[in-house]
Design a protein around this ligand. Structure first.
Ligand code: SAH
Ligand code: SF4
Ligand code: F3S
Length: 468
């Protein structure tokens, strides 16, 4: 049993990482059993779930879509905001109910909530029916804990891990697009953010390991790779080698994958070298997610974001200037402690300046253990709601404008799958990451096709294929 610890996570030291080969074979001791997996949160979790699926398969289990049919339930959780937390606990209620009918049901919690000290205390005290809890830094322990399963609640969370797991098996959701972790954790400690606690310290994979994984995906005909990290600019900082994210990006691009993307990049330390590489390679998609969080220098400072509004604008201009046709999206938090109407107006000014192609907007949510949880939150919830509403109106106006610009244009779309709403349609993404619904049959799935945009609204774009 190893419990998560905020102090361990906060007071971590920079030590050299250890590489751990986790390509272990497990006996199929759960042969014939069924597992149900629910994934919350960001791409990291979606990709971690592909790892969980591989473990379950190795243990002999098959996946079911209905909770009621499961022998093992895994909730891969997110802790980013209070509503993420509430959703998981809501679902746990259903699991608890099911366990009354099926006493042998195993309930496991993975993901970021496993790294929250206060949440684990609550689960230990009030949710004893949860059998297994595994942290994000040692997800590879999940099969071991399932094999060892005892009647006691077993918690294994390493808040301060120095391990970089290698040779991970993934049961990938798609044969077209793949996620590739380039690093784990985050050391930025933005004051509102729980991620540095739940995902541990920044640890980079070695370039040759990343390249090998990407090469294998290219050989298997994948069309798109997205390099994953909480802050990809920091890639390599811990390796003491003479390469950085720009070098890695360039080397992956050279492998010849048709489309290459990355998330997320922090505006701080986004180097000219990175911009030049993105501009140079046609297969690096002209799309950058560049979270601003706030347009007010006072709030940015309180958030520990390490850039000013002016620095952000300079970077933004440079990207627009150097990368042809680049689309830029962002994340914004309203109602951070101490945010006045004047500060909020600066955020609106920033949106008006950048005219973002899209933005994810959030109301500040206090997370226990973070630095901002000790700040006085003097913005009322009515004010927060009202600011979010006003912000969304401006944000939506620009994303609509950005969509409208595509009308009657011919764009390249990578077709991902059948449309859920309409059987006669497929959907895919432009190089700038815009979702397009296309009148076409299944045979174009997995291909990059020329599409003429016939309709563009705020939240949807339609098109027809001009050439296969
Ligand atoms: N590593 C990524 C962000 C991951 S979290 C990055 O730095 O860009 C995704 C977004 O959630 C953040 O950009 C932020 O806008 C939002 N977020 C994080 N913590 C939050 C909190 N406590 N309250 C509200 N929004 C939050
Ligand atoms: Fe959180 Fe900031 Fe790290 Fe992003 S960079 S994960 S917002 S601490
Ligand atoms: Fe949530 Fe963890 Fe991602 S908190 S947003 S799942 S890194």
């Amino acid at each position: 049993m190893k419990l998560p610890n905020y102090n361990d996570a906060k007071n971590r030291e920079k030590v050299d990482v250890k590489y751990l080969d986790i390509n272990i074979k497990y006996d199929a001791i759960y042969q014939g059993k069924k597992y149900f997996l629910r994934t919350y949160g960001c791409q990291m979790n979606v990709h971690d779930s592909e790892q969980i699926k591989a473990y379950m398969q190795m243990l002999g289990m098959t996946n079911v879509e209905k909770l009621e049919e499961a022998d093992v339930v895994i909730l891969n959780t997110c802790a980013i905001r209070e509503n993420a937390h509430d959703k998981v606990f809501g679902y746990l209620g259903r699991c608890k109910h099911l366990k009354k009918e099926k006493p042998n049901l195993i309930i496991a919690i993975t993901g970021c909530m496993a790294g929250q000290e206060d949440v684990i205390e609550d689960i230990q005290k009030n949710h004893k029916y949860v059998d297994i809890i595994v942290g994000t830094n040692n997800l590879y322990d999940l099969p071991k804990l399932l094999i060892e399963k005892s009647s006691k609640q077993n918690i294994e969370v390493y808040s301060n891990s120095d391990i970089v797991p290698e040779n991970i098996n993934y049961e990938r959701d798609s044969k077209i697009c793949a996620w590739v972790n380039i690093m784990y954790g985050c050391d930025k400690f933005c004051t509102y953010c729980i991620v540095p606690f739940t995902r541990g310290r920044e640890r980079s994979r070695k370039m040759e390991e990343v390249l090998e994984e990407c090469k294998c995906l290219v050989d298997n005909n994948y069309q798109e790779i997205t390099l994953l990290g909480q802050n990809v600019n920091a890639y390599g900082n811990d390796l003491h080698l003479d390469y950085d994210f720009a070098d890695l990006l360039e080397n992956v691009a050279k492998l010849g994958i048709p489309r290459l993307r990355f998330v997320t990049s922090h505006p701080w330390n986004f180097t000219d070298k990175m911009i030049d590489v993105i501009a140079k390679y046609d297969n690096i998609m002209p799309y950058i997610h560049l979270p601003i969080q706030s347009g007010s220098d006072k709030i940015l400072k309180k958030m520990n974001r390490r850039y000013t509004a002016k620095e952000y604008m300079d970077l933004f201009n440079k990207m627009k200037e150097k990368i042809p046709n680049v689309a830029i999206t962002t994340d914004i938090i309203v109602g951070f402690p101490g945010e006045t109407e004047e500060d909020f107006q600066k955020t609106i000014d920033m949106v008006n300046f950048c005219k973002y192609d899209g933005a994810y907007t959030f109301i500040y949510s206090e997370r226990k253990g973070t630095a901002s949880s000790y700040m006085k939150d003097d913005v009322t919830s009515e004010e927060k709601e009202e600011r979010l509403h006003r912000l969304n109106e401006v944000v939506n106006k620009y994303s609509k404008e950005s969509n409208m610009k595509l009308l009657n244009k011919i764009v390249k779309v990578l077709v991902i799958g059948k449309s859920v709403k309409d059987d006669n349609k497929v959907y895919g993404y432009t190089d700038t990451m815009k979702l397009v619904n296309i009148d076409a049959s299944d045979d174009v799935i997995g291909k990059i096709v020329d599409v003429k945009i016939t309709d563009a609204k705020s939240f949807s774009i339609d098109g027809v294929i001009t050439e296969k």
